[in-house]
Write a protein that binds this ligand. Structure first.
Ligand SMILES: Cc1cc2nc3c(=O)[nH]c(=O)nc-3n(C[C@H](O)[C@H](O)[C@H](O)COP(=O)(O)O)c2cc1C
Length: 302
């Protein structure tokens, strides 16, 4: 997830039990232009493996070139984003806009699969809008081009992040007897109970957790434990949350420029302290802090 699943956070998620992680999406045009931000997004630590680099774009040649550049960093696989509904992405015909141009999506997938020795996976949505949800047939077509797995977010592009994710079509994809590749389901996995329910209802091969992991890497440990033993481990203590938050913040400062690290880190505070009402005044202070020493002082005062 953009501005969330950077290397410091991915490494923490792995430690708490995520099986595989994906980079923030990387613009194919940005990579080719040598944009520094795009290149930074390609970097990862060995502890993050298995890891996918996710790329997006509209132009087939650029995506092919970007896949080759991504391959140089030696990730475990390359993931194509055909699901992002954000205006600045869709306006350029990329991300979820590819759902409006399936022939182009197929051509792009074919070109990338042929140009890299790495497994290629696809992340997409049910379709563009409620009247156009081709995911069952589309998954088969993508499979036939040689992708290694597909991850499906149970919403249309038009729904963006609204309404509840609809897992019924994800189930249909999985139950399609022609499907051989792993199918991953995504959308509104908020805790271990929901995770188990979705696995049982749909028989998908794996689940992807997005927003609920933001500032809550413990969700992976909870899901894993519940699936394996039927037990949910105790919630992390305030001390533990604070320690992981501080470690995450330190790693972010090492990973990117100070101001950006501090601003982007604001997305994590409410997750780290979810359900703790006494944290609200600290959070309000943290949301205003612009210097490392200010953030550190507030955290030390908790
Ligand atoms: C802030 C934000 C950034 C995201 N960035 C990406 C991205 O770069 N690539 C991607 O495949 N999905 C991205 N997503 C979508 C999530 O991966 C996921 O599909 C979606 O949030 C639904 O899953 P969830 O209900 O578990 O969050 C993003 C979502 C959010 C909220």
């Amino acid at each position: 997830m953009e501005d969330i699943t950077d290397s410091p956070f991915r490494s923490i998620c792995k430690r708490f039990g995520a099986d595989l992680v994906v980079t923030e999406f990387v613009s194919s045009e940005g990579l080719i232009r040598d944009a520094v931000k795009s290149k930074v997004k390609l970097t990862f630590g060995e502890d993050e493996r298995p890891i996918a680099v996710q790329i997006f774009g509209h132009d087939v040649d650029s995506m092919q070139k970007a896949a080759e550049m991504a391959e140089e960093g030696n990730p475990d696989f390359i993931d194509l984003n055909f699901g992002c509904p954000v205006r600045k992405v869709v306006k350029k015909g990329a991300g979820a806009a590819m759902l409006k141009d399936v022939p182009r999506m197929l051509k792009m997938t074919d070109a990338v699969v042929k140009s890299t020795r790495l497994p290629v996976t696809v992340k997409t949505r049910l379709g563009w809008d409620s009247g156009d949800q081709p995911i069952v047939e589309l998954s088969e077509q993508l499979q036939d081009l040689g992708i290694a797995a597909i991850a499906i977010h149970g919403r249309t592009a038009v729904q963006r992040y609204g309404d509840r994710a609809d897992w019924s079509l994800i189930r249909q994809v999985k139950l399609n007897p022609r499907m051989r590749i792993p199918v991953f389901g995504n959308g509104d996995i908020t805790n271990a109970l929901v995770a188990k329910e979705r696995l049982e209802q749909t028989a998908v091969d794996g689940l992807m957790v997005g927003r609920a992991a933001t500032g809550n890497p413990w969700i992976f440990r909870e899901i894993r434990s519940y699936l394996e033993t039927g037990m949910i481990p105790p919630q992390p203590t305030i001390r533990e949350r604070l320690e992981v938050l501080q470690e995450h913040f330190r790693k972010s400062l090492e990973h990117k420029e100070e101001r950006r690290a501090i601003l982007e880190f604001r997305k994590f505070y409410s997750g780290y302290f979810r359900g703790i009402p006494s944290f609200k005044p600290y959070r309000m202070e943290l949301m205003k802090a612009t210097l490392t020493k200010e953030v550190v002082k507030i955290l030390n005062g908790i």
